[in-house]
Design a protein around this ligand. Sequence first.
Ligand code: CMX
Length: 430
Amino acid sequence: MLGLKEKLAQQIPGLREEMRKLQREHGETVISQVTVSQAFGGMRGVRGLVCDTSVVDPDQGLAVRGIPIGDLADRLPEEVFYLLCTGELPDAEALASLQTELRQRAHVPPYVWDMLEALPKDSHPMTMFSLAVLAMERDSVFRRRYAEGMPKEAHWEATLEDSLQLLAKLPAVAAGIYRLRSHRGALLPSDRRVDWAADYAQMLGIADPSGEFANLMRLYLTLHCDHEGGNVSAFTCHTVGSALSDPYYAVSAGLNGLAGPLHGLANQECLHFVLELRRKFNGVPSDEQLREYTWNTLREGRVIPGYGHAVLRITDPRFTAFRKFGERACADDDFFRIVDKIFAVVPAVLREQGKAKDPWPNVDAISGALLYHFGLTEFDYYTVLFGVSRAMGLCAQLILNRALGTPITRPKSVSTEWIKKNVKGAQKAA
Ligand code: CMX
């Protein structure tokens, strides 16, 4: 099977032709309309963006290139990156070639460490992570080649090169931030013999005698890889990339969105909830205790973290994959048992309350508890892990956008005055 670059080179002419044909034959076909509520309400449900790497179906959850995410749980993140980019899983040869490409680019330039060490000691790990990505922009191949007059047809190749450089370095950068922030001692060197996720796991320096922490990292990095195109980090990355800002600029911008409490930071809240339950009930609460606690939380006007979703209407298959892992690796752990108990009790309470459209758990309901079990107890750091994984989806989307020559993002905004006038006009016409 072809290596990633060769495979993309083979596919891209066909993709370009397909897009041109669709626009030629159906360019004026309407696929969405926008209501006033949507214009004021974060464009929810407006179809105005194309993303081929993955799709989130409300009743089935995330599918990467048509493959349900649950079916990818045993795959390595590198395999998933190849899949995100090309629509096919690599065979052993193509996987080995991608892993070699990553290992060759894994060295982190020393100025990154100088910069990170110079930051105030209470800088948030996500700030450090995004800054590290941005700092490495000085080495962008895309920016250099663009300045040299690179033709548009070659934009994807330079984007791929920057993406590989970036993804190759992220585990060491992210692990280094963990070591610096949590005072775990000196940075640990990369082990070029192991896969991307296992190398990240060992550079974090978490004791892992059973090898299950490395397995958790493989699973974590696979499950968080992408979530179609309209979420905050993906859309931000897409927009910045559409100005032909290179992947360092675009991914750093996407990570800044991921750092928000309504996006990537939610997993921290879920773990707080679990820890609070354990403290209050001195272990795993009974069904009745948990039911009452849940009702009290709702009566206080607070949400049950990890439950509900803007798009999904089922138990998030990523939750299911993590739960399966927990059942095998740490079934007797208090945190895991509390997560499981919440799953048994909370959906019925949320249904009874009748507000949440989706009473089922999302991925954040469990991921933090598993990390905590293995000794990764620094909540602030969790979004960095998410970012390492999501960078795969961001990069894959950038590569495809540059391959298709997707133009600069520029939706039309209107003023409130304009809406008022046009609503009146529409009422009169009706
Ligand atoms: N607990 C209590 N109430 C909830 C709830 C929950 N877990 N989920 C939704 N609701 C409430 C909403 O607050 C809203 O109440 P109001 O009408 O009083 O404002 C009502 O139910 C309807 O909300 P919705 O349409 O079902 O959900 P939204 O699309 O507005 O919001 C989400 C989705 C995820 C923000 C929301 O379910 C929530 O706050 N969940 C808890 C936090 C969480 O787990 N976040 C992680 C999201 C993961 C991700 O997006 O990747």
